[in-house]
Design a binder for this molecule. Structure first.
Ligand code: CA
Length: 467
């Protein structure tokens, strides 16, 4: 019996030590000192009283909570704590949670506003950013120089940089990013360790077209780390009028899962740009025929793409690109075959997806001579005014494609000349299914205390008469 007593006493001791620390905006410097002090204990709460905290500067939180006793830094009343001005929140501890904070007109001191890294290489893990809002956080000297019709100056500012492992960003609202750079960037560690992050139930709202590359909303990895596994999950998020650039989510690593997300009237697509063995599942893309709205673009190997729903997209519903090089091996000379290039699309399963009135289903376009290989397309549904499946250089591309039991209906009743397609007598009725997909996606996304977040969701639900 005695040996059980000791751990019990330890647990009790944590509760005795844990404390609530309150700070008002007038006590901002004491708040910063406390967060930087390294004295926070498991179960401690830093509670910020209502008001505006301006120019918090650099804060490094290096404390360690536990799975049962996280260290919470939170607004006393969600949405009533505004963080603005120069803000660099660096978290290198573990089990630290931020919640209820409204970042408005905050900007990064250096590259990132919130970074799960302290000193170089010292990462935060098992941390959570939840129920927060980042709205119109743009470095004034970087963003306001962008002039309509003129390519903005090529600068970056990242809102959230995820390093480490097992971190979560959920139920947040992000909007009005004008500077280049990512809303959420996942950095892969230098070693083979995986990230295992979770990005879920967020609402990514308005982002104007940036006018160039480097304005993705979520990027998982970088080309230099693209052959490693991140194992990050991006699920049940909503993207509304979230333009930025033509890649809304850019996957640049392996073994990630992107599922259950809704892309609504957003000019860009979900792109497996680099890396292998990613799963894209049950995502919904509604474009309302706006130019630039897109579905899924695939490069590289081993992806599984199933149960996605793409409707009324002004650009491709599906794009399987030509490769320039083969998949890199340990012997590949990366000087000659850089990781920034395009590797052959191979061993990909594309099944049970719907492509309804998309501008094009594009198979084999792009420069390079490594045609898609062993790409199986089974049980997909295609419908459009006419045949919109475009196979570039069919003599090269067709041998790498395997079509099995796909269904199609073209309004002009033109027949398909390739096998593996079953003609239908009429369009399938997909509207109620679409409505259900939208309803499910909007149910829990965003930060409910923030009016623009709710207004965004209402914009979507109004289109489906969802109350
Ligand atoms: Ca890009």
């Amino acid at each position: 019996m005695k040996r059980f007593l000791f751990p019990l006493l330890c647990v009790t001791a944590f509760f005795v030590n844990a404390a609530d620390y309150y700070f008002t905006p007038a006590q901002q410097s004491a708040l910063v000192d406390k967060l930087n002090s390294g004295t926070l204990k498991p179960g401690d709460n830093i509670i910020m009283r209502d008001g505006t905290y301006n120019n918090l500067g650099t804060i490094t939180i290096n404390d360690r909570g536990t799975a049962t006793d996280t260290i919470k830094i939170r607004a006393e009343h969600p949405g009533k704590v505004i963080i603005s001005g120069e803000t660099e929140l660096k978290i290198s501890g573990s089990y630290i949670e931020l919640s209820g904070l409204l970042f408005n007109k905050a900007n990064a001191k250096d590259l990132c506003i919130i970074e799960l890294q302290g000193e170089e290489g010292k990462y935060g893990s098992n941390c959570r950013i939840t129920n927060c809002v980042m709205d119109d956080c743009n470095h004034p000297l970087r963003s306001e120089k962008a002039v309509k019709g003129v390519k903005p100056i090529t600068v970056s500012e990242y809102w959230i940089a995820l390093h480490g492992k097992n971190n979560r960003v959920d139920h947040c609202y992000f909007a009005n990013k004008r500077v280049g750079g990512l809303v959420v960037q996942v950095w892969l560690p230098d070693s083979d360790a995986v990230n295992n992050h979770l990005i879920d139930h967020n609402l990514f709202g308005f982002r104007q077209p940036y006018g160039g590359n480097g304005a993705e909303t979520i990027r998982i990895g970088n080309s230099w780390s693209s052959q490693s596994e991140s194992r990050t999950t991006v699920e049940d998020n909503v993207f509304l009028h979230c333009d930025g650039e033509n890649e809304i989510i850019s996957v640049k690593s392996g073994y990630n899962t992107v599922r259950g997300n809704l892309f609504f009237e957003s000019r860009g697509g979900l792109v497996c740009r680099h890396g292998h063995n990613n799963i894209l599942q049950s995502n919904t893309f509604i474009g309302q025929n706006l130019p630039g709205t897109a579905g899924i673009r695939l490069i590289n190997q081993g992806h599984t793409v199933y149960d996605n729903y793409c409707a009324r997209l002004g650009d491709f519903g599906l794009l399987v690109r030509m490769g320039v090089f083969e998949k890199p091996t340990p012997d590949t000379d990366l000087e000659k075959e850089p990781l920034t290039s395009y590797h052959r699309a191979e061993n990909i399963n594309i099944a049970n997806n719907s492509f309804i009135d998309c501008k094009v289903i594009d198979l084999g376009s792009g420069y390079g001579d490594k045609a898609p290989r062993n790409v199986r397309m089974a049980n997909n549904y295609f419908c459009n005014s006419g045949n919109n499946i475009r196979i570039t250089k069919p003599e090269t591309v067709m041998p790498g494609l395997n079509f099995i039991d796909n269904r199609y209906y073209w309004d002009d009743r033109s027949p398909m000349q390739i096998t593996g397609f079953i003609p239908l007598d009429r369009r399938e009725d997909t509207f109620s299914a679409e409505r259900q997909l939208v309803l499910k996606a909007v149910q829990e996304a965003g930060a409910q205390w923030y009016t623009p977040s709710n207004d965004n969701l209402k914009y979507i639900t109004d289109k489906y008469n969802i109350k």
